[in-house]
Write a protein that binds this ligand. Structure first.
Ligand code: C5P
Length: 315
């Protein structure tokens, strides 16, 4: 039996890097949002033992360094599963792109594995194993709009925001996340890192509770809370380190804004950028315009938690 799972991408709606920790990670505060762009993962179980990975993309490792391999190893042990696990990765998302592709692939593999071996891990155990493989995995066990704290691995579902049109631009540079964190430390470690986290926390809280706060109607207020991000001043700290190193990325952000994005930002540590648009139509118009300027651009939509789960297995 083969189980097919869609492995969706995420974007970061603001990200603040806090203090470097003794375990080599950094404190992080971010809101993750799943989007409809995805890879496809196929999991099957055959006679024998071990793990086998197939992927046409030469940039994807097929050995034990692959996140899918690592999660299967842990899950098979925890589930006392038997057999050889064969994983097929149909790569559509950028590799090292800030969209969480490798992390999402691992979670989709775990979900597929549970179905093929007809055993499921307790939800807490899934979260624990996912976090052991990487900071960006647990969010994909929640989906929709998700608050990420700790090193990004502690995840809390937030109220879903309305589906919002989005354009993703993928410049052809690979940004290494550990290097981007190191660069942040080298250049920008500022005193009061925890104050800066608290400040963004307040920004998130105001942004997300705006529609309930009883504030009088403001002229020109966006219909869609997601588009309020600009007004709320929410930003991704990684821009401070990746823009000077790869000027192409800040050019892509400008291009998205000129093409009509209400909010544009780097996702994760890049190199992918996204723009949020007022309508699907506006996003559709922006894509050919960006492509004419030489950018690789794709239109998509943000996925609510319900949509995320509904579409994951509807292949
Ligand atoms: O957890 P993940 O495998 O994605 O992390 C990769 C690397 O990125 C870590 O080894 C660390 O260098 C860096 N990182 C960090 N702080 C985080 C997440 C990742 O410094 N919150």
């Amino acid at each position: 039996m083969t189980v097919t799972v869609r492995s969706f991408a995420k974007i970061n709606l603001g990200l603040r890097i806090g203090a470097a920790r003794t375990d080599g990670f950094h404190e992080l505060l971010t809101v993750y949002q799943t989007i409809a762009l995805h890879d496809v993962i196929r999991v099957s179980l055959v006679r024998g033992s071990g793990i086998e990975i197939h992927c046409d993309d030469p940039r994807v490792p097929k050995d034990e360094s692959n996140t899918c391999y690592r999660i299967v190893e842990k899950a098979m042990r925890a589930l006392k599963g038997r057999g050889r696990v064969v994983i097929g990765i149909e790569k559509r998302l950028p590799v090292q792109g800030g969209l969480g592709g490798a992390s999402s692939n691992a979670v989709a593999t775990l979900l597929g594995l549970e179905r093929v071996i007809e055993k499921a891990l307790p939800a807490e155990e899934r979260l624990r194993i996912a976090a052991e493989v990487g900071s960006d995995l647990p969010l994909f066990l929640v989906g929709g709009t998700v608050l990420g704290i700790g090193r990004g691995e502690q995840v809390y579902p937030l109220e879903d925001l309305p589906g919002t049109a989005c354009v993703v631009v993928t410049p052809e540079v690979g940004v290494s996340t550990p290097r981007a964190f190191a660069e942040w430390d080298r250049k920008l470690t500022v005193p009061g890192a925890s104050d800066r986290m608290v400040e963004l926390g307040r920004g998130f809280s105001v942004w997300l509770s705006n529609s309930y706060s009883g504030a009088p109607f403001r002229r020109g207020r966006a219909e869609n809370p997601l588009l309020e991000l600009v007004r709320a001043g929410i930003k991704n700290d990684f821009e401070e380190v990746v823009f000077p190193e790869y000027p192409e990325l800040s050019e892509a952000k400008d291009a998205l804004e000129r093409a009509g994005a209400k909010y544009a930002s780097v996702s994760g540590s890049g190199s992918t950028l996204y723009g949020l648009f007022a309508s699907k139509q506006a996003a559709r118009v922006a894509v050919p315009r960006l492509r004419r300027q030489g950018w690789m651009a794709q239109a998509t939509i943000t996925l609510s938690r319900r949509e995320y789960w509904k579409r994951s297995f509807a292949v």
